[in-house]
Design a protein around this ligand. Structure first.
Ligand code: M6R
Length: 609
């Protein structure tokens, strides 16, 4: 993770960089820093903590330079501290760098730099080696020195470099970590992600692996590993800046929860023609290919993995094909059963999650066909897949994923319906009924959002409890995992999700009067069974908050509180059930006064192992 920004132009780079870093704070916020080319050489300022700390640090200072680089950090090597913050400057102060990723052989490089060149390192980071290495290799040609440095480095990285001796120039390099270049008027940029630049421009180049970028005020040149100039199409970004800002909401998370109806509509309508046929524009899976698959593997991390759990259920039910769901960090080290008869589905909001990317590569090397479900256009996962099914959620800024999850679910339903139809495992009647249910969900979510005040009141009353369990059966158990993750990551309450039928095999021992149990009972086919589980925990004095469909009032007898969601079929209920859970997590965290959009120890995009 970590975010990098660079500006080269005729204004003060400092302002553009600080502004860009604020947009990238979701990528990490242990510390932040800036390096400017000034008349007095390269000046570096860096500070532990959020970007606001850095801003305060430099507020009274006349820092001016037309070229600069900045960084917001999520610590991997070396604790968060002023000294370990980026930018790192070489011992002779000629080179400054910002880096996202990991230099895996940094220990060897450090030893070489120390033994051969007497370099004494100031930080505990892997990144400092990049500055020191480029500086000792630089014989008057920065570009050449960068090429030589990367030929000695192993790992995944994107970095930006400035040199004291080459004014008005930033050089950047990408290998397995995100990097873009932005094309402004009389100025150009580098960055880790699009929101950093949206305020200034909407034309960008997506930089590929093993490419070097040279940015000057009037030119952006991309070169390949061999030093040849590469022609790249300009990507016109159609996100508005407003999309990437809070739009009057107190937090991005709340804004993004409320954007779900729109995001779902967008994701659906982009895949349905006027006759409600699903068209997979840009996806070249044929009927023959789909018939050839004997297995589907869904692999992802965190919330995206939870979307995969729902995917397993609906694809197996509708397309009658076995589906395995795996956590990407486990999949990649397990020598899984994957071959050319496997359809591998990678799900990732950012498209930059390193574990997911590595799992995808592993599956690809075994011959699997790769279909990815991704939100960020042109991201690494998207680019390395055979086919991409984009979610149309727009930029998701809050670390806690919400609208990405519900749009990922929409993709799971569309893939299941599409496969079911081609494999002739569902009737037209069933296909149409699920589609009309899906189309009705945005309005139903709006109804739930209208009642957010009730959930806010519940959160005010329960926010200081220390143990929360989420239970459910069937599809509700998949949603229970997501509800629990949402609560723990932003409120820091110890929460745990379990399939309700498993309770009596151990976990019920933990029930006591202060325990909150959020019981999801939206599956009509399992409703009676779920009622029994609720009675079991209620008998142990737990405080039971149930989520049920309107009309199923029988649940009130055994629950302390009930949150009702609109009527829907069992299959599509996760799209509705998750919304009160997202709101509950949000309001609990707000009541506790936590930093909701930037929870501790987390980053939006996890581009390290
Ligand atoms: O960008 P990705 O969807 O690949 O990210 C995967 C997880 O890191 C992410 O969903 C994480 O679990 C979120 N913080 C959950 O809210």
């Amino acid at each position: 993770m970590c975010g990098i920004v660079g500006y080269v132009g005729s204004d003060n780079a400092r302002d553009y960089i600080i502004d860009g870093l604020k947009k990238l704070e979701y990528r990490g916020y242990d510390s932040a820093g800036i390096a400017l080319q000034t008349e007095d050489g390269i000046i570096v300022r860096k500070k532990k903590g959020k970007i606001a700390n850095l801003e305060q640090e430099i507020s009274g200072e006349k820092l001016y330079g037309n070229t600069g680089i900045g960084h917001t950090r999520w610590a991997t090597h070396g604790a968060p501290s002023d000294i370990n913050s980026h930018p790192h400057i070489s011992e002779d102060e000629s080179i400054a760098i910002v880096h996202n990723g990991i230099v895996e052989n940094y220990m060897d490089l450090k030893k070489w730099l120390n033994d051969e060149h007497g370099i004494v390192f100031k930080t505990e980071t892997d990144s400092e080696v990049i500055a020191q290495l480029i500086s000792v290799l630089n014989k008057g040609d920065l570009e050449e020195a960068v090429y030589q440095a990367v030929s000695m480095m192993r790992g995944a990285y994107a970095f930006g470099v400035i040199s004291k001796n080459e004014p008005n120039k930033i050089i950047a390099y990408r290998k397995d970590a995100p990097l873009i270049a932005g094309l402004g008027k009389g100025c150009n940029f580098i960055a880790s992600d699009i929101p950093a630049l949206l305020k200034y421009l909407n034309k960008i180049y997506l930089i590929e692996n093993d490419e070097l970028v040279i940015c000057t005020p009037d030119r952006v040149e991309i070169k390949n590993k061999e030093g040849q100039t590469v022609k790249r199409d300009i990507l016109q970004v159609n996100w508005s800046l407003e999309d990437a800002e809070k739009d009057g909401y107190e937090h991005f998370m709340l804004k993004e929860i409320h954007e779900q109806p729109k995001a779902i509509r967008e994701t659906l309508t982009r895949r349905l023609d006027e006759n409600d046929n699903i068209f997979l524009d840009g996806i070249s899976l044929t009927k023959e290919e789909l018939e050839n698959f004997n297995k589907v593997y869904i692999v992802a991390c965190g919330t995206a993995y939870h979307a995969g759990l729902v995917g397993k259920y609906v694809i197996e039910k509708m397309a009658r094909i076995p589906v395995e769901v795996d956590i990407a960090s486990e999949f990649r080290y397990r020598d899984p059963f994957v071959d050319d008869k496997t359809l591998f589905i990678a799900i990732s909001q950012s498209g930059e999650t390193l574990d997911t990317l590595a799992a995808l590569r592993e599956a690809k090397s075994k011959g699997a066909r790769i279909l990815s479900v991704v939100n960020v256009v042109g991201s690494s996962v998207a680019r390395e897949s055979d086919d991409v099914f984009y979610t149309w959620a727009g930029p998701e800024i809050a670390v806690a994923s919400t609208k990405a999850y519900t749009t990922q679910l929409i993709c799971m339903y569309l893939i299941a319906l599409y496969m079911g139809r081609l494999r002739e495992t569902i009737s037209d009647e069933y296909y149409n009924s699920i589609l009309s249910e899906l189309k009705a969900t945005p309005a139903k979510i709006e109804k739930i959002l209208d009642k957010a005040g009730e959930i806010e009141n519940l959160a005010k009353y329960l926010y200081n409890r220390t143990n929360v369990f989420f239970i459910g059966r069937g599809l509700d158990s998949a949603v229970a995992y997501e509800g629990s993750l949402k609560l723990k990551e932003i409120s820091y309450i110890n929460s745990f999700a379990i399939a309700a039928g498993e309770l009596k095999h151990g976990t019920i021992a933990l029930m006591e009067p202060e325990t909150i149990v959020i019981s999801l009972a939206t599956q009509d086919s399992l409703f009676e069974k779920m009622l029994s589980n609720i009675v079991e925990v209620k008998a142990r004095m737990a405080h039971v908050v149930s989520v049920a469909k309107e009309g199923n009032t029988k649940i009130e007898e055994s629950s302390t509180e009930v949150i009702y969601i609109p009527q829907c079929t069992d299959e599509v209920s996760p799209l509705l059930t998750v919304v009160p859970l997202q709101l509950f997590a949000y309001y609990v965290a707000r009541e506790k006064g936590e930093d909701i959009d930037k929870p501790r120890n987390l980053a939006k995009s996890v581009t390290v192992e």
